[in-house]
Design a protein around this ligand. Structure first.
Ligand SMILES: Nc1ncnc2c1ncn2[C@@H]1O[C@H](COP(=O)(O)OP(=O)(O)O)[C@@H](O)[C@H]1O
Ligand SMILES: [Mg+2]
Length: 325
């Protein structure tokens, strides 16, 4: 039996269908990512699974316990790290962990040992006696991760655990998460809208849009489903029909003077492609990403809304650069 099972799990808020019937089986020890744009229903899905949000219909169980009928058992089996930090900032790092251990009834004979282990795991041993108000964003997030693991939950939910953190800190946090998952055999369900992270960290990814899972599989399988490499041409007035008719081309789209072509074995067919079309100013090839998968399925870029919504220009510039401009 899968450790997490959902059947037609759904949540509506008035007229808003936040989650529209999700069916998932997640196995013990898996790192599973819910990837989707803002408002896709990621947080609501996690909220239902950790018994904070009551489903409108459908069902789900964690470690065999129904999320509606047996919420206490479910809570014993899950740890949560939320999008917004929930640490008590007037306590020290160690006190925050101790408070949580008491709340969750971690037995006193193992409490101190476990707190020590976790502080070491997230590299906060030296700062354990400082109040967390003095911690950097990355340190707080790491302390939250440690706290989420304190009662040895079978399942750890991480809602956008690296949102707003700088790239180095993000990379370190993912290192910790992977280490923890391996060491503790923890099942991890995380949400993110950083595609690169989902690709690198997750065993399997569910791409979620408008409350539905629209694609499910390992990052490799999802990218392979694109049917080849991406070839990007810069040119005016591209003969799209002629390009699409070429036997090795699976898809071609145009945006201003940028033509994106998905094709099999780009390294073999690129010379022929360039013989068939003239006026190409610039050529670039790359492997498909999960964002390409998202675009293929929805016609939208997963990052569009984010760039508009995000107030932070540093973030926007970083995203913009990652798109290869
Ligand atoms: N408590 C709530 N009341 C009303 N609408 C909500 C509430 N929580 C979420 N929503 C709506 O449900 C949809 C999904 O939200 P959410 O699960 O937070 O998405 P995500 O985490 O993927 O950004 C959005 O349209 C959001 O506005
Ligand atoms: Mg969210």
């Amino acid at each position: 039996m899968a450790i997490i099972e959902t059947r037609a799990l759904a949540k509506t808020y008035g007229k808003i269908q936040a989650v529209r019937g999700i069916d998932l089986n997640i196995e013990k020890g898996e790192i599973f990512g819910l990837l989707g744009p803002n408002g896709a229903g990621k947080t609501t899905t996690i909220g239902m699974l950790c018994t904070i949000v009551r489903p409108s219909s459908g069902s789900a169980s964690i470690a065999g316990h129904d999320i509606v009928r047996e919420p206490a058992e479910v809570r014993r089996n899950v740890g949560i790290v939320f999008q917004d930090p929930t640490l008590d900032t007037i306590l020290t790092g160690r006190e925050n962990l101790k408070l949580h251990a008491l709340l969750y009834g971690v037995p006193s004979d193992i409490r101190e040992k476990r707190i020590k282990e976790l502080l070491e795991l997230v590299d906060l041993k030296d700062r354990a006696k400082d109040i967390t108000r003095t911690y950097s964003g990355g340190m707080r997030r790491r302390l939250e991760l440690a706290r989420g693991l304190l009662h040895r939950p079978a399942v750890l939910f991480l809602d956008e655990p690296t949102l707003g953190l700088d790239p180095q800190t993000r990379a370190r946090i993912w290192d910790y998460i992977r280490k923890m998952a391996q060491k503790e055999q923890t099942t991890i369900v995380l949400t993110t809208h950083y595609m690169e992270e989902a690709e690198q960290v997750c065993d399997r990814v569910g791409i979620i849009d408008h409350g539905r899972i629209i694609a499910l599989g390992s990052p490799e399988d999802l990218k392979e489903s694109m049917g080849g490499h991406m070839v990007i041409l810069r040119m005016k007035e591209a003969p799209l029909d002629r390009i699409r008719a070429l036997p090795y081309v699976s898809e071609a789209t145009q945006n201003d003077d940028i033509v994106e072509i998905t094709m099999e074995e780009a390294h073999l067919h690129l010379p022929d492609l360039l013989l068939n079309i003239r006026n190409v100013e610039c050529v670039e090839t790359r492997a498909p990403t999960l964002n390409d998968v998202f675009i293929k399925l929805t016609g939208r870029d997963i990052r569009e809304e984010e760039i508009e919504d995000s107030g932070g220009w540093v973030e926007s510039v970083a995203r913009y650069r990652q798109r290869g401009h």
